[in-house]
Ligand binder design. Sequence first.
Ligand SMILES: NC(=O)CCC(=O)C(=O)O
Length: 266
Amino acid sequence: MKVASVQVEIKDDETKEQRILRVESILDTLKGYNLIVLPEIWATGYFSFDRYKEESEPIDGPFVESFSAKAKALSAYLFCGSFVEKDGDNFYNTSVMFDPQGRRIASYRKIHLFHYGSDEGKLLTRGHEVMVVDTDFGKVGLATCYDLRFPELFRRQVDLGAELLLVTSAWPHRRLMHWNLFNQVRALENQCFLISSNCVGTTRGTLLGGHSQVVDPWGVVIASGGEQETIVKAEIDLTQIKHIREIFPQLKHRVLTGSSEWREDI
Ligand SMILES: NC(=O)CCC(=O)C(=O)O
């Protein structure tokens, strides 16, 4: 299975429309890929909080429509990253997954909004639904950036059958060490493949970290971007998940120490 993560550069002097056109032409080079992943709020720019409300769209708006058409044209699964979704009086950080026919098969509203040097928590409403979606190649868990810090979200996805974890992000360079660790650890502890897409560039004074990754279920980074706009490409074999879970059945050895069922005396 051929996968690609598009590491988009965010520039303050580029409009949403210009960036969408640019990314669409990058996607046009990815014919033959089975799954493509894009970053978090890349069209508006994650740190352009003043543009969030004016550039928000409903889930059936032009942003989502255009990537539905792109998934169909490429005949690929496309996780088109997130955008600012408007639903009534509320705004969400919503990511969307399309199948190769261009059907919207899942949308995920970021559960853990980011509050540190970010207006996200003030402007947006958090999501409440853990998202695992069925695809032709297995079940896929969807997550967004700061979610990476919360292992229980990913473990819940695994409990729901996820074997492949997709993470759309706008993670700053100053915490790159955390980013690299979390990418590897979330894949390793859950014995899943993980594909992340991060942004690069400097936006509103923040340098974004890049280093989008494809990590295998043994925690090995099999492909990674640097700090420039690029496409991280890899070929992955999902049968590796079953194999690793068989030879090293760590997920079967869980003891529910965090649950009310846990008792110290047994
Ligand atoms: N966009 C984000 O959620 C940023 C998260 C981040 O920078 C961090 O967790 O550190």
